[in-house]
Design a protein around this ligand. Structure first.
Ligand SMILES: [Zn+2]
Ligand SMILES: [Zn+2]
Length: 391
């Protein structure tokens, strides 16, 4: 692996930063200590620091030379509502919260790159270091865009990176086009007419209707969406009734849908609503339906993905970069930045085999071994795209 020597020399320091952040996990829009930490570091490297975008977001601006080109590099800072089961020294000190997705590592890799680039300035143009809150559940990336991220901090292209357990340290994965799905969230309420469980003919039973609605929704992916396109409709919650012999007044269902294309999102939303209304009407019930397009599909653009691939291959060699990774139905709010600017989102391996477990697992930990590789990726990507020689 071709790690920049200046960054290799920071390995111990970066590991300490990572452990500090890991011990103090903060969740959506409450990343106060984490954003203080990030802002202090960026200021100490001499960057211009802006706070308060999407409440706890931080943007650090670094300029070099006279060029007008600009890129955005983005890391997420938030933790999960998860009780950590690890017992090592740097385990979470906050009950019920944990850096179980490795955003502590993402934050530190980008800080490491900021430190290196502020010292070496071997590029021409502007780098916006974007530290965003609330990646999990509530799409802080969407809020950053709504708060004017790219109007206030203009960039030509934008880049993101996530760690992924399950493949070997020193490997990367990416693909052009859709890499992760949209994640929309819905809530449906079926309003019937409750009564005695032994006298169903005097009621409108929302539980029986809900069963039919769920079956109907499953036919959207099976019968309505083009079989060559991907779609998921998952009902993850169903609430109705409280005892054995009473038919309840209503049933509430919540869940998520996934797709790679806006047209498929449109079709899923319209058909879910139509099926719900139709079945409720058929049985004399009424309904309510809300549908929130919270995460757009993550779509990597071609030229920017080529730059990312060339950078990764320079660091670890061609055979260690999977350039055609299979897309997944998981979602990522970096997608909102990719909707506004061309760019690329890559996966950096967190390691495989014994001791490695998946993200969102209470035994997960970001692998400190990859901190210098991730920071070097950011640094070399910047030096490639904003090359001082080409200026
Ligand atoms: Zn996560
Ligand atoms: Zn994550």
């Amino acid at each position: 692996m071709k790690i920049l020597p200046e960054i290799e020399a920071m390995h111990e320091e970066m590991t300490k930063w990572r452990h500090t952040i890991h011990m103090h996990p903060e969740t959506a829009f409450e990343e106060y200590k984490t954003s203080d930490f990030v802002a202090e570091k960026l200021e100490s490297f001499g960057l211009e620091v802006h706070r308060g975008l999407a409440k706890t977001g931080v943007v650090g601006t670094l300029k070099s030379g006279t060029g007008n080109r600009a890129i955005g590099l983005r890391a997420d800072m938030d933790a999960l509502d998860l009780q950590e089961l690890n017992e090592f020294e740097h385990r979470s000190r906050i009950d019920g919260k944990m850096h179980g997705c490795g955003h502590d590592g993402h934050t530190v890799m980008l800080l490491g790159a900021a430190k290196y680039l502020s010292e070496t300035k071997n590029f021409d143009g502007t780098v916006q270091f974007i530290f965003q809150p609330a990646e999990e559940n509530v799409a802080g990336g969407r809020v950053m865009i709504a708060d004017g991220l790219f109007e206030k901090f203009p960039v030509d292209s934008v880049y993101g990176m996530h760690n992924m357990p399950g493949f070997e340290v020193g490997e990367f994965a990416v693909c052009k086009g859709p890499m992760m799905a949209s994640a929309d969230f819905f809530e449906a309420r079926i309003i019937g007419n409750g009564g005695h469980g032994a006298f169903p003919h005097q009621t409108v039973d929302p539980i029986v209707i809900a069963a039919e609605v769920i079956n109907g929704w499953q036919k959207i992916a099976a019968r309505n969406v083009d079989p060559l396109k991907a779609a998921v409709v998952t009902v993850g919650e169903i609430h109705g009734g409280h005892t054995t012999n009473v038919i309840p007044e209503d049933v509430v269902m919540r869940g998520t849908t996934r797709a790679f294309e806006p047209e498929v999102q449109d079709l899923i939303e319209a058909n879910m609503h139509r099926i719900l209304k139709g079945i409720c009407e058929a049985h004399g019930a009424s309904c309510e339906f809300t549908y929130d397009r919270r995460y757009a599909p993550t779509i990597n653009t071609s030229d920017e993905t080529d730059e990312a691939i060339a950078t990764m291959q320079e660091l670890v060699g061609e055979e260690k970069v999977n350039t055609n990774v299979t897309p997944v139905m998981g979602a990522e709010d970096f997608s909102w930045m990719l909707r506004e600017r061309p760019g690329c989102y890559v996966m950096i391996a967190n390691g495989a085999g014994e001791g490695s477990c998946h993200i969102h697992n209470p035994n997960y930990d970001f692998n400190d071994q990859i901190l210098p590789l991730g920071a070097t990726y950011w640094a070399r990507l910047t030096e490639r795209i904003l090359s001082a020689e080409a200026a």
